[in-house]
Design a protein around this ligand. Structure first.
Ligand code: NAD
Length: 429
């Protein structure tokens, strides 16, 4: 096990946007606006704990492979660490560190009593069998057994993981400690204490934020042309809910490319097609094939990047035609692109607000589990909607008060709350 105070284990190639450096520049941006003490900024620039474990796994063909598994705990000033676990080939320690920091601000912005963490394994889950994925997930969590727990650090699904992996992780943790601990993860199946509404929660939160932002412009969702990059947990749920509300989803994509139809796609049919074709849209009968790069610059009203970070950068920002960009993914718009788009009058709804629906329902799942009282889906959705709309309104208000764009407003609220708590708690010893 390697534990270092700084995620400096890897170098990023020149020209590549380092996600952790980018996360730190967002922090510095907000800190400058808030006139924070430099010592506080220094503390918040460093994750509290960085762990990398080795995961030896026996493949189905008998070969043994050793994978790396990361978990970064950024801050627990406001409560237990909280954050997803990502299985994707592009996972690096710096990316996980950046995402952990983002979680801290997101939970603070939403007013939920959690800190920020993130985990990840650099693998393409599509290249492993279900049995191999189960062995990887179980070994990863057993290596982290002393670092997680329902009042310590509570993982959840992220890219490449779902309720299935959470069930394996909850079971592994429970077997190791000798009793059932449902609260160690969220986003688990309902049969073992998961919350109704969790699966669709991030997509539902995205839909709520788009709806609120359009309403502020005197528009409704009906007929609004939306392009969505990514058709996984988040992108697919957002597409389905927005489509149900009357929006026209003109394009969706996965890593292998997407489909475009100016008249709007049949989202329920696409959802079934993706489920039957290992989440791929290639070969879907309707619409015109479109690349991910072209999707981002389509003529549309709302663009929702719901896949990876750094999708709208200095290279393509001037070609973006959408009037509203909603960050369903974490970090899809770079700092430079955010400033450029905001200056062009494009409404950019930042990730720490737009994709917070998932962590909000994770929190509601945790609350239900701790109180042994489980709610119906209507109540879960209602509580989530309330928290999302309140946070949206706070961001709008902050943006007006500071004459700042929405990202800076969201960050000043999130960072400001953590900084205040840090100052109130004081520094030990
Ligand atoms: P997922 O694995 O379910 O889906 C990801 C989608 O992105 C898939 O359709 C995949 O094909 C596509 N994709 C992968 N590589 C791509 C590429 N190079 N170009 C274009 N598309 C690509 O993941 P998810 O859970 O939907 O997460 C998506 C984003 O949302 C991530 O940034 C994640 O951190 C963020 N997020 C997820 C949740 C959640 O509850 N799952 C919550 C908050 C934020």
């Amino acid at each position: 096990m390697v534990a270092t105070p700084l995620p400096s284990l890897e170098n990023h190639s020149p020209g590549h946007i380092c996600p952790f450096d980018q996360a730190c520049s967002y922090l510095e941006w907000a800190a400058k606006e808030l006139k924070l003490d430099q010592g506080v900024v220094e503390i918040l620039s460093h994750p509290r704990k960085v762990v990398t474990v080795s995961i030896p796994v026996k493949l189905d063909n008998g070969e043994i492979r050793v994978l790396a598994g990361h978990r970064v705990q950024h801050s627990d000033i406001l409560g237990p660490y909280k954050g997803g676990i990502r299985y994707h080939p592009a996972v690096t320690l710096r990316e996980v560190s950046a995402l952990a920091m983002l979680m801290t601000w997101k939970c603070a912005l939403l007013g939920i009593p959690y800190g920020g963490a993130k985990g990840g394994i650099p693998i393409d889950p599509k290249k492993y069998s279900v049995g191999e994925l189960e062995r990887i997930s179980r070994r990863y969590i057993s290596e982290l057994i002393k670092d997680i727990g329902p009042s310590v650090d509570i993982p959840a699904p992220d890219m490449g993981t779902s309720a299935r992996e959470m069930a394996w992780m909850m079971d592994t943790y429970s077997v190791n400690v000798g009793h059932s601990v449902p609260g160690v993860v969220t986003g688990k199946p309902v049969s073992i204490g998961g919350s109704l509404g969790r699966e669709m929660a991030t997509g539902r939160g995205v839909m709520i934020i788009v709806r609120e932002a359009l309403a502020d412009q005197g528009k409704s969702l009906v007929g609004v042309r939306i392009a969505i990059q990514g058709f996984g947990n988040v992108g697919c749920a957002a597409a389905e809910l927005l489509h149900k509300e009357g929006a026209k989803i003109i394009a969706v994509s996965t890593g292998a490319g997407g489909v475009f139809s100016p008249d709007g796609l049949d989202i329920p049919a696409l959802k079934i097609y993706a489920a039957e074709n290992r989440r791929s849209l290639v070969g879907f009968g309707e619409g015109i094939p479109i690349s991910n790069a072209d999707l981002l610059t389509l003529d549309c009203d709302v663009l929702i990047p719901a896949a990876l970070e750094n999708q709208i950068t200095e290279e393509n920002m001037s070609q973006v035609q959408a009037k509203m960009v909603v960050e369903a993914a974490n970090g899809p718009v770079t700092l430079e692109a955010n400033q450029f788009l905001a200056d062009q009058g494009v409404t950019v709804l930042p990730d720490i607000l737009a994709n917070a629906g998932g962590v909000v329902v994770s929190y509601l799942e945790w609350v239900q589990g701790l109180s042994y009282v489980f709610w119906d889906e209507e109540r879960v959705n209602g509580e989530m909607e309330y928290l999302m709309v309140q946070a949206y309104r706070r961001v709008i208000q902050e943006s007006k008060a500071r004459m700042a764009n929405l990202r800076l407003a969201a960050y000043t609220l999130g960072v400001g709350r953590v900084a205040r708590a840090l100052t109130d708690r004081g520094l030990y010893p």
